[in-house]
Write a protein of this length. Structure first.
Lengths: 773, 773
């Protein structure tokens, strides 16, 4: 845990250069616009600890799988997020000295990510070995308005000297992924061009053949006036630049504006990519830095209007929740149904792949409640588009007749993951994908989605479950053997309660969805049946058989669901009995010991109770929570949020707050000692869940919002915004009261503390805080 | 399955060059003497399919582990058998043409491994592109008398031309392991020297720092007379040679004698290695090819006298069993307690490591019954020497107080294997190591071994079991969670019957061994207790607790032991229902499907019934055999032998023979399509087991041999030799009778068909064949 970043409600601030933490700061101060993004690297040369990272959404490389012992069914490759051309680079040379914060003295250093307005700013005085002092102020952003462009304002002021300063803005395409399995390069150069103050380079990924063309244009101002400059074009292998030498006087500010655009063959014909890049760049340059910056601020203000959460009385908490919302918005905008939410977003390259079950299980509620309906819908359509691959994936494992197993990790629908106990066994992910469809329909009321897309996915997943279970003669019930539940500290278990439950639930919901589809559009339903050879009578009968006869391990004694068969054969002990020095367990215990212990990595039975809360009475939830929570070590960043929501639901306010704290500042404080690899993007949505579903008690029931909000004891107030079926509401809670603001032009009725409450259009209603049990 | 090798009782013969199978032939025709060995490669240059392989026992390299996802407790490296300097090389050049069987026409090719006399012979006529015809006859062996030396007689005869022929005998130290994880080279050159007709090169392994010095000397004869020749010494990087050009007349035979020695720092001070090598080489040269060859034949004749098996009426079977005995003898002689039986011996490099549980479970009985007592004893002492490492290995996994977990794969006692479900879970190996001690004491009567070494190992293994089980509150019994049994088609199961049984058996035997040790040498026993902090009262009480309260999964209904908990939840089906095209399953089914199926890779419950036959009545063995045999697919080469022994025991003669056939010619017929990687050395001992323990019904009971022999229906006779407590017996069985020859100078009493039978010194007794039930 590190606490060198300043607490501030809207900004992340590093005061003084923390060289040793630079890669952490780079992760935290990443910029992105859903289409491209980059780590908070320096523009000028830096020879110290740094992970230079630029990423272009949807562009990946199938890196040859690395495995100890091959198992049949493993994928040939792991799709890696590609570190792409670096377009921020501006080298500064002063009479044979290079500006490099690793080799000179650094004064008054300040790096700041402004989340309100969406930019990164840095200022410092560098004292070179020669004694020359240079003031630098840099600001840059990835535009969320022109989302294939970024802009930099980089100013230098000699403080104690006059000199010719050589400035080399460049694009470096010779980039390597730090996590390459065999240390290979993934990019080939296609072409490059340079011109006066501009340069272009088009790179192509090996194997996948994605083209990305990156262009830059440079303008320079001195004394507030545009200056002409001599520009020397430079071309090396996979590298283009412009070099210019300027007379700089003591105290005189020279400002370099660098505009860059990044166009990929995902969106343009690769034959015209260079031309399109030139054109796009021209428009951006014409717009200019100031206008772009203005638009950026406006666009971010619009976003915050829709989904800000305010916390009064706790700046660290305020900063934490905003940081999470900010990063979620930077990572995924929902504009493009081919994209998804990578585990590191644009903040690093570790883990590879862009899509995990994290999307459906943790990120989905955030986008559903804070963005336009089409955003959540696009996340569903993304999986719909991958259905064919999911069916192929299941076929590889021996399933048939249209059964689909969605991949554990993917870029293009194909499985990338290669650890048998997860790849082949952590199949509960299939259920989360079905659940997201349910969640969407419940939240939006858009049943037509089932007819158009959802049902086809549900049937394919249900077919998988129907084939994956088998009849146990011994038990005279259906069983599901050889799975790994969400708790990855157990592998290859039988009858994982959560997996069995979500399988049966999927079957049930598929039957419901069939009825809805028949009711809404029987013709389309019939066409679907024909197309996918759905034999309704037979498949429904099978589903009913399984629904009615599934085995769920249960402890009659304690009246709790058993995480899996045989769980009670373990030596049961709470996490609290494990000495602190032995945690995190995955760094201190052998895998053997972890597997055999009762200690749970992340919510498993409780994940099920969270998803299907309505299907259990409060006492059941409480008994299971009290049984499992003490044994859960939360070594997945996705775990505490679920516990937080359930704890809040059960009135366990201290526990809820403790769990909330575990995720709220995970990356800001480098809680897990791994933020240098990038931020934990998907778990950021979990913090939102903890606040809105936990403290806010937000649920949807019978086409209405239901809320049971409270404000944690050490906060003065909490306010969050929710979009629901065309309305925008703000729920504000203090220690004594609640108010609900309806920003929309129609009245909205919600259930507040189990009582109906109607808030008229564009008005606010107050209520007393109900003290929850 | 391939059948291009000729059936012959004593030789393996390839008639005509089978280019496409060359790597298979190379494996099969490997030579070895327990100290060094090599594949059946060609002496002259060969650019076709070939795996050049030379191996020096005990010399290994810790190759950096390759793994998909790291788990705590994995070893940093995988100890690889090292492919070492090639000393057989003799390049032949005739006026700018090289002799290379890949590029010229080959006539009258014959390659033959003579198992009776222990040499490899090859003859052919090569027709070069120029039309020149050259007759070549080559013979070589790795001496089992001078076991750091080999010798080659390589003769060339121009058939239709006179020419100057250039001959380049060489040593090539620039060797790479084909199975290197990261394609690295493992050898560095230390020094090299050349002289008249001789050359030396000393190489050192990276990381492990083993030195191996290889020397060669060359003599040449023409017309049966030694000739002087001009020798041009050649030194390249990691390569030394002598080049000589000779006038060769049409029809004139030129014979090259190449002597080579291979000395390693395992046996010599590395500072004097070159000097020692020179000296050793000089002795060998002085002895000369003919004498060496004569001694080789004598030594092999002595070996065969002790352990030959003759089968009349089936040449393929005769060849198969001799091939297996021959390879076992080539691989391990038992002279050196630091060596062990690698899975590929000296025939290939795949799998790495030198020691698996194969040694104790499958190879041990062979050496026990056919070699001097010290050989089996050395195999035990090998593990005793590794006890410290086994304790460290257990510590890494979290065990304590002297608990030992022997490695799954090792070279030096440290674990090399890195697949969690095996490395950490296939712990039954610990039991097999304990069982070998028991087996040795039972067979030899050498109880003193327990006092000197055995008990210390037994206590350490028992400590492991005591810590590895845990008390299940739910079952009110001890359980063993998260193991992999011998059947590796199941992973991470609970209460594997075999593992639980061998654990409890180890505890029981340890208690027995304590009593024996106390009786034989109470003082030494007390010293041991002090040294290893053995608290007899407490540890014995714990062991008794576990012995009395262990859980063994059992099916009351069928009255069979359950392979593991929950086995009956699977869909049970026999292997016979799986279409042939889907086998081997591990190449056709996904790992997911394999894990969930009931199909068993190799004997598991039956392995236990084999080991502990005396503890179960025949009906129990029969019920379990009938339940499990149909579900066993035998995709480990170590499986059928166990089934063969049990089937023979149960009078299931057809099944026993079917199982025997599965291993008998595994490599000769390339049954599993992988002999090109090397031979399945350890499973060869399994064939011996099938014959001697299966058809021969050999057991040891109450300090006597017990035999229930029969001759399989399609053989005329079967005869095998057995050493037992100073006696050598030959048991011969025909379809009608049995005779037992006692070669020793004292009478021996055995139990034949449950009746005592005494055979006087140096005499033979006949008996009727009892027809077994």
């Amino acid at each position: 845990m590190k606490q060198y970043l300043k607490h501030d409600p809207w900004c992340i601030v590093e005061e003084g250069f923390h060289r040793e933490y630079n890669e952490i700061t780079e992760s935290v101060m990443s910029l992105g616009n859903g289409r491209m993004g980059q780590r908070g690297n320096f523009e000028e040369k830096f020879t110290g600890k740094s992970l230079q990272g630029n990423y272009v959404a949807g562009v990946y490389y199938p890196d040859k799988t690395r495995v100890g012992w091959w198992k049949n069914g493993y994928p040939e490759y792991f799709a890696k997020v590609l570190n792409a051309a670096n377009w921020i680079g501006i080298d500064i040379d002063i009479e044979y000295e290079s500006l490099d914060l690793n080799t000179c003295e650094v004064r008054s250093f300040r790096r700041m990510l402004n989340m309100k307005e969406g930019y990164l700013e840095r200022s410092f005085v560098a004292v070179l070995k020669s004694g020359k002092e240079l003031q630098v102020n840099a600001r840059r952003f990835c535009s969320i308005v022109d989302d294939e462009a970024g802009a930099i304002r980089y100013s230098i002021t000699p403080l104690n000297f006059d000199a010719k300063i050589t400035i080399t803005p460049y694009i470096d395409g010779d980039i390597r992924n730090r996590d390459a399995n065999y240390d290979e390069k993934f990019w080939d150069e296609v072409r490059k061009e340079t011109g006066y103050g501009e340069a272009f380079i088009e790179m192509r990924t090996r194997k996948t053949g994605f083209h990305v063309c990156t262009g830059m244009a440079v303008e320079i101002e001195q004394d507030g006036k545009r200056v002409d400059f001599q520009s020397q074009p430079i071309k090396y292998e996979k590298y283009v630049a412009n070099r210019m030498t300027l007379d700089c006087q003591r105290g005189q500010e020279t400002v370099i504006f660098k505009y860059a655009v990044n166009l990929s063959s995902l969106n343009y014909d690769p034959d015209h990519l260079m031309r399109e890049t030139r054109q796009y760049l021209k428009q951006v340059v014409r717009k200019g830095f100031e206008k772009m910056e203005f638009e950026q601020k406006q666009a971010w203000a619009d976003k915050w209007k829709m989904n800000d959460i305010t916390i009064e009385g706790d700046i660290a908490a305020q900063q934490g929740i905003r940081f999470n919302i900010f990063q979620m918005n930077q990572t995924y905008t929902g504009e493009d149904e081919r994209l998804n939410i990578g585990p590191k977003g644009f903040t690093g390259e570790k883990y590879g792949g862009s899509t995990y079950w994290d999307t459906e299980a943790y990120c989905f509620p955030f986008y559903l409640a804070t963005a336009d309906q089409k955003v959540a819908r696009n996340l569903l359509v993304y999986r719909y588009r991958h259905l064919g691959k999911a069916i192929e994936n299941a076929q590889k494992l021996g399933f048939r007749a249209g059964a689909a197993l969605y991949p554990m990790v993917t870029m293009n629908g194909e499985e990338s993951h290669n650890e048998w106990e997860i790849t082949f066994e952590e199949i509960h992910r299939n259920g989360a994908i079905a659940h997201a469809i349910y969640d969407y329909v419940r939240y939006t009321g858009d049943e037509q989605y089932l007819v158009d897309y959802g049902l086809e996915v549900l049937i394919a997943i249900s077919r998988f479950w129907s084939q994956r279970v088998n009849w146990s003669e011994a038990k005279q019930q259906y069983v599901m053997l050889g799975v790994t539940g969400p708790n990855e500290y157990e592998n290859n278990v039988n009858n994982n309660w959560y997996t069995n439950y979500i399988a049966v639930w999927t079957l049930r919901y598929t039957l419901e969805a069939i009825e809805i589809a028949k009711r809404l559009d029987a013709e389309k339903f019939n066409a679907l049946c024909d197309r996918i050879h759905f034999r309704e009578d037979k498949e429904v009968a099978t589903a009913r058989q399984i629904i009615d006869n599934m085995h769920f391990p249960y402890d009659e004694n304690r009246q709790v669901f058993l995480q899996q068969e045989g769980f009670l054969d373990k030596e049961l002990m709470p996490v609290s009995e494990i000495p602190k020095g032995q945690r995190p367990l995955n760094q201190n215990w052998s895998w053997d010991r972890i597997l055999r212990s009762c200690i749970i990595k992340q919510a498993d039975v409780l994940q099920g109770l969270y998803f299907f809360e309505d299907e259990f009475d409060e006492e059941t939830i409480r008994r299971n929570f009290e049984f499992y929570e003490p044994m859960t070590v939360h070594e997945s960043s996705l775990s505490p949020c679920v516990h937080a929501v359930l704890a809040a639901r059960l009135g366990l306010k201290e526990k809820a707050y403790e769990m909330y704290l575990r995720t709220a500042r995970l990356d800001l404080d480098d809680y897990n000692n791994d933020t240098e690899d990038g931020c934990h993007i998907t778990s950021m949505a979990g913090t939102w869940m903890a606040v809105v579903q936990g403290f806010g008690g937000l649920r949807v029931e019978n086409d209405q919002l239901r809320l049971n909000p409270y404000c944690p004891d050490n906060w003065d107030s909490l306010a969050f915004k929710i979009r629901f079926r065309g309305a925008l509401l703000q729920i504000s809670v203090t220690q004594s009261g609640v108010s609900v603001q309806n920003f929309s032009s129609h009245p909205v009725t919600i259930t507040l503390y189990d009582e109906p409450l109607t808030i008229e259009a564009e008005s606010r209603k107050k209520a007393d805080r109900k003290v929850l049990a």
